[in-house]
Design a protein around this ligand. Structure first.
Ligand code: GCU
Length: 449
């Protein structure tokens, strides 16, 4: 199943503007370019070697740990409610100050700083068409966000976004934006063997809309692309510095640009915008929500390491994997240090604090079944991050899961403001959509429930 999704993913990437310049035969040279950019970043950091990460193949000799009894107990998990100088956070005013310390650490050490003076983005409506999603009449708007590249005309950046809303809407509606793919004309996802309505139809039948933002249209998903896309444009084609933003923040920037557009669209209620993503796009969705206060709710799918999973947990994917030449581009160069001279225990922050940055806004953490999806994403590590974010939600008058022990698969925890559900399927958010919508209704129904 994971293989199928990965090949769909690659197929989709091949059709995006940034990637179409690379034929299949060029994947090797793409990897070489990424490896050489990775190396130049290691040189900037004065690191000679990195610890290799474990394998994602459970049959490999160096397979990632999947045995709960061997998941190390971490001793250094930072407390989100204690200032760096040791003073405890007493109330919501204190939290606003402590939040800035945490944001600063995430920017400097993990995801990178967003450049000042980023180019302006001008949105153009490419087309507006009537269509049908199953039997629901919809209006589909195709949009392009063009970044001003007058400072460096060699790099052109255009954000692809589509917005689909029920035809009969009367008032501005909630919109859930997915980090996803825009498939080329005629290309369809293989039909799934199910009679369940798709997530798009589920949203539309609630009277809500959905948007699809194509991350790779404005920042490629590899290290080779770091001198192109919005990161390259901001750097005028030069390599990144160690605290420059990585791809996850660049993708999150695209989501903020999309919200700038939504604020101008009379069909959309800009106070009721949600974000959803799976896997690397689940990481992007959480990063986007942590940094962008206009995102009102998040549906964070199988985001794993670098997303909602506690990085200090030795189970599934590790920091060493994220710091390798295949994945380091998601992060600031500085993050690589934690697989070099430093260890995950030295990180000033961990994933529970990324969730805490979203507080008091509602977040739904989603995972698949360990037996179908595998253990690489570490569902329990994501559950724990939500649990450890709870004190921050509480200080803001909100609620966590309501339980402390990792629940059985298919237990739906949606009564608080941090939600968790591990469905019985694979690497997808699919089976959790109805539960996410139920959770979102508490906040998005009009009048609120
Ligand atoms: C790999 C990677 C994960 C990532 C996933 C995906 O498995 O190690 O961190 O989330 O790919 O995005 O598909």
């Amino acid at each position: 199943m994971k293989k199928i999704i990965l090949s769909l993913f690659v197929a989709a990437l091949m059709h995006t503007p940034l990637m179409s310049q690379f034929s299949r035969q060029s994947w090797d040279s793409l990897n070489k370019l990424s490896a050489s950019d990775h190396l130049q970043m290691m040189k900037q950091l004065r690191i000679d070697s990195l610890r290799p990460g474990p394998s994602g193949n459970p049959a490999a000799a160096n397979a990632a740990n999947s045995d709960e009894s061997k998941a190390t107990t971490y001793t250094s998990l930072p407390d989100p409610l204690v200032f760096k100088n040791g003073t405890p956070v007493q109330d919501s005013d204190d939290w606003q100050k402590r939040r800035l310390e945490i944001l600063e650490d995430f920017s400097h050490e993990v995801y990178g700083y967003i450049p000042k003076n980023l180019p302006a983005v001008k949105w153009e409506i490419v087309s507006i068409k009537d269509s049908l999603i199953n039997s629901i009449p919809v209006l589909v708007k195709e949009l392009l966000g063009k970044a001003d590249n007058s400072s460096f005309p060699d790099i052109k950046v255009e954000i692809q976004l589509s917005l689909t809303i029920p035809r009969m809407i009367k008032a501005p509606i909630p919109v859930i934006m997915e980090f996803g793919f825009n498939f080329p004309p005629g290309w369809k996802m293989p039909q799934q063997n199910t009679n369940e309505p798709g997530w798009q139809e589920q949203l539309l039948s609630h009277g809500w809309g959905y948007a699809i933002l194509v991350p790779t249209s404005f920042q490629a998903d590899n290290g080779a692309g770091l001198r192109e896309g919005i990161i390259g444009l901001a750097n005028k084609g030069a390599p990144r510095k160690p605290d420059d933003w990585g791809t996850l923040r660049a993708w999150a920037w695209g989501a903020s640009c999309a919200i700038d557009y939504f604020e101008t669209d009379k069909n959309v209620d800009p106070k009721r915008i949600g974000i959803e993503g799976l896997s690397r796009y689940g990481k992007a969705a959480l990063v986007a929500m942590a940094y962008e206060p206009r995102i009102a709710i998040g549906f964070i799918g199988s985001s794993g390491a670098g997303g909602a999973k506690i990085l200090r947990r030795n189970f599934g994917e590790q920091v060493e994997n994220l710091a390798s030449s295949g994945e380091y581009h998601w992060f600031a160069g500085n993050f690589i240090k934690y697989a070099g001279p430093l260890t995950p225990n030295d990180l000033p922050v961990d994933a529970h604090e990324l969730i805490a940055l979203c507080a008091p806004r509602p977040v739904f953490i989603s995972a698949g079944s360990a037996s179908v999806e595998g253990t690489w994403v570490d569902a329990k590590g994501m559950f724990l991050a939500g649990l450890y974010a709870e004190p921050v939600y509480q200080i803001l008058g909100k609620k966590g899961y309501g339980i402390k022990d990792f629940p059985a698969e298919e237990t739906t925890l949606i009564d608080g403001d941090i939600a968790f559900r591990q469905h019985n399927g694979g690497h997808t958010t699919g089976p959790n959509w109805p539960y996410f919508i139920q959770f979102a209704e508490k906040y998005f129904s009009d009048p609120p429930k």
